[in-house]
Design a protein around this ligand. Structure first.
Ligand SMILES: [Zn+2]
Ligand SMILES: [Zn+2]
Length: 557
C-alpha cells in the first residue's frame, strides 16, 4: 500500500491555522452569526455594540431615532458594530444575520441591517425586499460613500452612524437621502471634514427634532475615544486619500443577459446564413436557395462568441469599474452597441474578402456572390442603422444593378446587345426556365445582338427563394410540398418524419426521411419548497420577522 503524504501535510496546515486562530481569539472576540448579541433581547434597542466601538451616548441616541422610524412603520433598522468576524465574508455574514434575526415586519419586509466590521474594514447594508424600491443598492452605496465612509476613515464611528442614520431617516421621511442638500444648501462638504460642530449646525437647523440627539452624539464621541484604537499603528488607517476605494459591484440584469443571448443567436442565424450540416446515414433534403451558404463571410459560432463576449465585457465594465447596477435597459443599450461594433467589423471584413475573392470572377458570377451577401447583411441594415452598414448595403445594391444592367457587348461582333423585356423573354426560354421564372426562384435576362442574332441567356437566382435545385433536371424548381410525421418521438425512442419533395418542371418526386430526436424527459414541474416560518409575535423583544432578498451594498475603507 502506498501512503500519500499529502493529507498529512494538509492536516498540519489546518492545525497550524486552528492554532493561529485560537491565538487571535484570545485577544479579541470573533463573532459568528449566532453569538452577535441581539439588542432586541438585551435592551429592546436596535444597536449591537459588543466591542464598545460606539459611545453609549451615540447608541442611546441612535436607538431613539430608530425607534421613531420603526414605530412609524417606515423601516426597521438594525446596527451591528464589531471589531472582527474572523475570516467570514462580511457580505454573507450580513445576509445571514439579517435572516437569523428576521429584521423588518413580516408583512412589509422593511428591514435594514447595517454591519461594520473594523478589522475587515467593511461596511455592509442589507435590505429587506419591501424597501428595495425606496432604497435600491445604489442609494445604499451612496449613503455609505457620502455620509459614512469619510467619518469611518477619520475614525469617528459615532459621527459615521449618526450621519448615516440621518440620511436613512431623510430618505424615508422626504424621499431624499441627501439630507444636508435639501432646500437652502447650508455649509458645503469641505467644512464637514474640518469640524463635527459644523455638521451638527446645519443639520439641526433643518431637523430641530434631532438637535438633542446630534449634540449628544458629538459630545459623546470626543469623550469616548476607544483606547484600543489609538494604539493601532498609524499605517492601519493611513489611507486618508480623498479617492474612496470602493468594492461595490453593480448587479447585472439576468433577464437582459438571457434576452441578448437568444437574440444574438437568432441574429447571427438571420444575418449570416447557417452552415449546412450533413446528417450522416440519411439522404438529406436539398438545400433551399435561402439557406445556401454565403461564400464571403459566415461568422457562425465564433461570431456569436465575439459579439456576446463584447456585450458581457461592457456589462462587466459598468458593474465593476463604474460601480453601477446594470439593469435591463442598460444591458439592452450595451449589447446593441456591441452589435453595432460587430456589424461595422463585419462590413470591413466583407469589403476585404470581396476584394480578394471577386476579382477573378466574371460579371455574372460576381453578381451571384454579392446577391448572397445582400440577402444576409441587408436585413441587418434595418436593425442597425449604422452609417457604415447602410452605405455598404446601398453601394452593394448599386454595384449589383450595374453588374446586371450594364449593356453587354456581343461576344462575336462586339456590337452592343439589347435586353429583351419580360414578355419577349418567354419565346427564348425553355419550359423549365419559364417555370423557374413563375416560381420566382430564378429571373432570366436575355441579351440579343441585333446584327448577328447571338443570344446570351443569364440566370439571376433569387437567394430568398425556398426552392432547391432539382436532382433530376437541375433547375431551381424543387420544393417541399408536405412534411409528414411517420412516427412520433417519445421519451424512450426517436421519431421519424419525411419531407415530400417534387419538381414543378420535370415532375420528379422524392421523400426525404429525417429523424425526430427523443423528447427530453426534463419536463420539470417546479418543486414547491414549502418554507415554514415560525410566526414571531411583534413584541419589542424580537425583530419583525422579515427576510432579505439579498439587496444592499458594501463599502470598504
Ligand atoms: Zn453580334
Ligand atoms: Zn426537375
Amino acid at each position: 500500500m502506498k501512503v500519500c503524504p499529502f493529507p498529512v501535510k494538509r492536516l498540519l496546515v489546518l492545525l497550524l491555522l486552528a492554532f493561529l486562530a485560537s491565538c487571535d481569539q484570545s485577544t479579541t472576540k470573533q463573532f459568528t452569526v449566532a453569538d452577535i448579541p441581539d439588542p432586541k433581547k438585551t435592551d429592546g434597542g436596535y444597536v449591537s455594540n459588543p466591542d464598545h466601538l460606539l459611545s453609549d451616548a451615540a447608541v442611546s441616541s441612535l436607538n431613539e431615532q430608530l425607534g421613531t422610524l420603526d414605530r412609524a412603520g417606515k423601516v426597521q433598522v438594525g446596527i451591528v458594530v464589531v471589531h472582527s468576524i474572523g475570516q467570514n465574508d462580511t457580505r454573507d455574514f450580513v445576509h445571514q444575520l439579517f435572516n437569523y434575526w428576521k429584521i423588518g415586519s413580516k408583512e412589509k419586509n422593511n428591514g435594514l441591517l447595517i454591519l461594520m466590521v473594523e478589522d475587515a474594514r467593511k461596511l455592509e447594508f442589507e435590505t429587506g425586499t419591501g424597501i428595495e424600491a425606496d432604497m435600491p443598492d445604489i442609494i445604499c452605496f451612496r449613503i455609505q460613500q457620502e455620509y459614512m465612509i469619510p467619518r469611518i476613515k477619520e475614525h469617528d464611528y459615532d459621527a459615521a452612524f449618526r450621519d448615516g442614520i440621518l440620511s436613512v431617516a431623510a430618505l424615508f421621511n422626504n424621499g431624499n437621502y441627501a439630507y444636508d442638500q435639501l432646500p437652502e444648501p447650508p455649509v458645503v462638504d469641505s467644512s464637514l471634514v474640518v469640524a463635527d460642530a459644523a455638521v451638527a449646525g446645519p443639520v439641526n437647523a433643518d431637523y430641530p427634532g434631532l438637535t438633542a440627539a446630534a449634540d449628544s452624539a458629538v459630545a459623546g464621541n470626543t469623550a469616548a475615544e476607544d483606547p484600543g484604537l489609538v494604539e493601532a499603528p498609524p499605517s492601519y488607517f493611513a489611507d486618508n486619500t480623498p479617492s474612496v476605494s470602493s468594492s461595490y459591484i453593480g448587479e447585472p440584469s439576468l433577464p437582459g443577459l438571457i434576452f441578448w443571448f437568444i437574440a444574438s443567436l437568432v441574429m447571427i442565424r438571420v444575418f449570416f446564413s447557417r452552415k449546412i450540416k450533413a446528417r450522416k446515414g440519411e439522404d438529406n433534403a436539398p438545400v433551399r436557395l435561402k439557406d445556401a451558404p454565403n461564400e464571403l463571410l459566415r461568422p457562425g459560432t465564433l461570431g456569436f462568441i465575439l459579439v456576446y463576449g463584447l456585450g458581457l465585457l461592457g456589462v462587466g465594465y459598468m458593474a465593476s469599474v463604474r460601480h453601477t447596477d446594470v439593469g435591463f435597459l442598460k444591458t439592452f443599450v450595451i449589447f446593441y452597441l456591441a452589435w453595432c461594433l460587430f456589424m461595422s467589423g463585419v462590413v470591413i471584413i466583407l469589403l476585404l474578402r470581396a476584394a480578394a475573392v471577386l476579382h477573378e470572377k466574371d460579371r455574372h458570377e460576381k453578381w451571384a456572390c454579392l446577391a448572397m451577401v445582400k440577402r444576409d447583411v441587408g436585413p441587418a441594415a434595418y436593425a442597425f442603422p449604422l452609417p457604415l452598414l447602410g452605405l455598404y448595403v446601398w453601394a452593394l445594391k448599386k454595384r449589383m444593378d450595374r453588374l446586371r444592367n450594364e449593356v453587354y457587348e456581343c461576344p462575336k461582333c462586339n456590337h452592343p446587345m439589347h435586353r429583351l423585356n419580360d414578355v419577349e423573354d418567354n419565346d427564348y426560354l425553355d419550359k423549365a426556365q419559364v417555370v423557374e421564372e413563375h416560381l420566382e426562384s430564378v429571373d432570366y435576362d436575355i441579351w440579343r445582338c441585333d446584327s448577328c442574332s447571338t443570344q446570351l441567356v443569364l440566370n439571376y437566382t433569387n437567394m430568398r427563394s425556398t426552392c432547391s435545385e432539382c436532382p433530376s433536371c437541375h433547375h431551381y424548381t424543387f420544393r417541399c410540398d408536405k412534411t409528414v410525421t411517420l412516427k412520433r418521438a417519445t421519451t424512450s425512442s426517436q421519431g421519424m418524419g419525411s419531407q415530400q419533395f417534387s419538381c414543378a418542371a420535370c415532375k420528379f418526386k422524392h421523400d426525404y426521411m429525417f429523424i425526430i430526436p427523443k423528447v427530453s424527459s426534463s419536463s420539470s414541474g417546479s418543486s414547491s419548497s414549502g418554507s415554514s416560518f415560525s410566526s414571531s409575535s411583534s413584541s419589542s423583544s424580537s425583530w419583525g420577522g422579515g427576510s432579505s432578498g439579498g439587496g444592499g451594498a458594501s463599502s470598504s475603507w
